[in-house]
Design a protein. Structure first.
Length: 99
């Protein structure tokens, strides 16, 4: 469990990079996971103190649940526990958030 003492320095709000051509309402797997991995490593190497992803920057309405999971899983895998990560579970309904 994190405490206030575990949070230090700058918290990077991770943008969700999209794949060009996957902007349509029916697009699936629209998150660029390779770019996600590159960004996370760059933020950590630059000295970020923590990461925050899928907050209230639109992912809850723009991404499928599976896309959010893939995005967050990529961040977890690249981060490897090196710095704290805050991953949002915001959705448009209580049932989806709990799931």
């Amino acid at each position: 469990m994190l405490t206030k003492d575990d949070i230090k320095g700058l918290c990077v709000m991770v943008p969700t990079p999209g794949i060009e051509g996957k902007e349509g309402w029916d697009a699936e797997h629209s998150v660029d996971l390779e770019e996600t991995a590159r960004m996370i490593e760059m933020y950590i190497q630059a000295g970020a103190g923590s990461l925050a992803a899928c907050g209230t920057t639109g992912e809850c309405t723009a991404l499928l649940w599976e896309e959010k999971r893939e995005f967050i899983d990529t961040i977890v895998q690249v981060n490897r526990g090196r710095i704290p990560l805050f991953a949002g579970a915001t959705s448009l309904g209580t049932k989806e958030t709990i799931r």
